[in-house]
Design a protein around this ligand. Structure first.
Ligand SMILES: [Zn+2]
Length: 448
């Protein structure tokens, strides 16, 4: 293959770039590289029509392409690249000192017809920082390991944080065999093997990562809510990640009957019963919010069954329920509220609720020392950042749960996420990358 202009690497003399250092002496991140790679990702993993989003299916083609792009760039910088049994990719730049590494990472998969920045922004921010050090002919304080994480989006396998859990040897045989990919029904283990991984190793609980060898895990990520846009701030420092419990395939069993001929007392109206459940859960949410507790309750899908008709009482509804909080106690309380509401409505409406399996994740606290350190860097760089909770699930939750000091940097983003209209400004991305570069220059500080 003849190298294209893009493939030619121009060696940069030692010390070049020293003219544009950050306040603590860190090199400027390579933002032009990130711009180029965002464009390539959009072009090569797009659904085919510009503006209609990108498809990076977990363990599918789009995700694979994204991993290859990132691997190619890391190779150009001479980073040491490794792939684990779950096909997570690790790219390491040697540090000036020995000791546990600083890890920076996020996921490269997306929801169907998703946005180009969700996940990818974190990986490209890490690459931009590494490239900044490389072009300046310098090294970060500690080994800097970028991680491109597989299969974060639970829309594909219905399981949370597949790649990051696998990296710590925490995927179960049951999941590998029985969790199926939406769309094609391929079991997780087979999908991992097909992507070049080794499900057998994962089955044995083999871990690639050792928490004691990781000084810090930092995940830059677009904010998927409206807070930073509303407050006109470029970045945020995350204090904690909400956990959840979910019922993805719940349904309510009533009876179909003639809408005119069936008196109230004889009805088993699944639509009415489901509406009451929605209101009961919303009432609980209001009470907890008034008490200052963190919570979000969503019935994302509600539909009457196949046999529904305009002049029939609904004999069936199908619905999903998603309950999230930073606080484990609140999640437990809401489980109790759900059980009580179900029992009361079943008795009142003469229906049966079938909630099905519960899935979910534990809330995760971010590391306070790490947050304070990032806060000092933000201040030194005169960036207007705010501390904020994180409402969506992220791989950072897994690292935090494994005892790794973990932090997330949110990047302002318009129009929400998981849709083609996601809009992150590159200037905001650059602010996050500068904070990251500043951190990599200083390295993790002594822990109290
Ligand atoms: Zn994401």
């Amino acid at each position: 293959m003849t190298p294209s202009a893009q493939d030619i690497v121009t060696p940069v003399p030692e010390g070049q770039g020293a003219t544009s250092l950050l306040p603590n002496g860190a090199p400027q991140p390579d933002i032009p590289l990130a711009v180029k790679l965002f464009a390539e990702l959009e072009q090569r993993t797009g659904v085919g029509r510009p503006g209609h989003g990108i498809n990076r299916t977990s363990y599918g083609l789009g995700e694979q392409i994204a991993h290859e792009i990132v691997l190619r760039e890391a190779g150009r910088m001479g980073m040491v690249c490794e792939v684990d049994a779950a096909c997570n990719l690790y790219m390491t730049m040697k540090g000036r000192e020995n000791g546990p590494a600083v890890m920076v990472g996020s996921h490269l998969d997306s929801v169907p017809a998703g946005g180009n920045f969700d996940g990818a922004a974190g990986v490209l921010a890490g690459l931009a920082v590494a490239s900044g050090f490389f072009k300046a002919g310098r090294r970060p304080a500690r080994d800097l390991t970028l991680m491109a994480i597989r299969a974060e989006e639970s829309t594909w396998f219905g399981a949370s944080y597949v790649g990051s859990r696998a990296a710590f040897g925490k995927l179960t045989s049951d999941e590998l065999d029985h969790v199926l990919r939406a769309g094609d029904g391929i079991p997780l283990g087979k999908a991992i093997d097909a992507a070049g991984g080794d499900a057998e190793k994962l089955r044995a609980g083999t871990a690639h990562l050792d928490p004691s060898r990781i000084a810090a895990f930092l995940e830059p990520h677009i904010e998927q809510g409206p807070v930073l846009v509303g407050e006109e701030r470029p970045i945020g420092l995350v204090t904690g990640i909400r956990g959840s419990f979910r019922h993805r395939h719940a349904w309510c069993e009533g009876s179909y009957a003639h809408s005119g001929a069936t008196p109230r007392a004889y009805r088993r109206d699944a639509a009415l019963a489901t509406a009451r459940l929605v209101v009961a859960m919303d009432d609980a949410w209001k009470r907890l919010t008034a008490a200052g507790r963190d919570l979000a309750v969503t019935f994302g899908q509600v539909a009457t069954g196949r046999d529904a008709a305009f002049s029939k009482i609904a004999g069936r509804t199908d619905f999903s329920l998603d309950v999230r909080s930073e606080d484990l106690e609140v999640l437990d309380f809401m489980r109790g509220e759900l059980a009580e509401a179900v029992a009361a409505i079943e008795a009142e409406c003469n229906v049966r609720f079938h909630l099905g399996a519960e899935t979910g994740s534990q809330p995760a606290r971010m590391d306070s020392d790490l947050l304070a350190h990032l806060g000092r860097i933000v201040q030194a760089q005169s960036i207007d950042a705010r501390k904020m909770p994180c409402g969506a699930g992220h791989d950072s939750a897994v690292f935090a749960k494994m005892g790794v000091p973990t932090a997330m940097i949110f990047i302002r983003n318009r129009n929400g996420s998981h849709n083609p209209q996601e809009a992150m400004e590159i200037d905001d991305f650059a602010e996050a990358a500068r904070v990251l570069s500043g951190f990599c220059e200083e390295g993790p500080q002594e822990r109290r």
